[in-house]
Design a protein. Structure first.
Length: 174
């Protein structure tokens, strides 16, 4: 894991976009069993920080079976790699000129073990673990994931609100 962090750090230092980090995550996802061995087999859901700085955050995210998180943005690029299980993403776009910041579905992508996906700075997505076991994922962000101001959308009426990290952490714990 130390080498992965060092490679991500070097990639961001050389290229502030997600492209170099995507190559690092791609290499890691070619050996998902090795990632699992480095992190340990997931035994509980949670958001487990691995590395954090102002321009790079690496997190081990473990999703509970059947868990869904509301639509949200990051206000920074991200690269997501699945080392065990599956993560289904619904991509959303803002409804033009909506006074409440509503969104509408614009696409989807399922990521399974060994797959990865880059997410652009302006992307809005929701995430579901659709399988009956824990899903483990490495999330690499181009900024301080825990301090960035961003938005979430109410899952029922799709209106925009300030992102609430404590609410998100409770979803992983509950």
């Amino acid at each position: 894991m130390e080498q992965f962090v060092a490679d991500c750090r070097t990639a961001v230092d050389q290229d502030a976009s997600h492209k170099s980090v995507a190559e690092v995550v791609d290499r890691a996802m070619r050996d998902p069993a090795g990632v699992t061995q480095a992190l340990g087999e997931p035994t509980e859901s949670g958001i487990f920080p691995i590395y954090k700085s102002g321009d790079l955050t690496i997190v081990n995210v473990v999703w509970k079976p059947g868990m869904t998180i509301m639509p949200h943005n990051h206000e920074m690029w991200a690269v997501i790699g699945i080392y065990g299980g599956r993560e289904d993403n619904i991509f959303w776009r803002r409804v033009a000129d909506d006074p409440h910041g509503r969104i509408e579905a614009a696409g989807a992508r399922a990521l399974s073990t060994g797959e990865y996906a880059p997410l652009g700075k302006d992307l809005i997505h929701s995430v579901t673990n659709p399988i009956p076991k824990l899903t483990g994922a490495i999330h690499v962000y181009g900024g301080d994931f825990f301090e960035a101001e961003r938005s979430e959308w109410d899952p029922e009426n799709l209106t925009e609100h300030a992102y609430d990290m404590s609410k998100v952490r409770a979803l992983f714990e509950g």
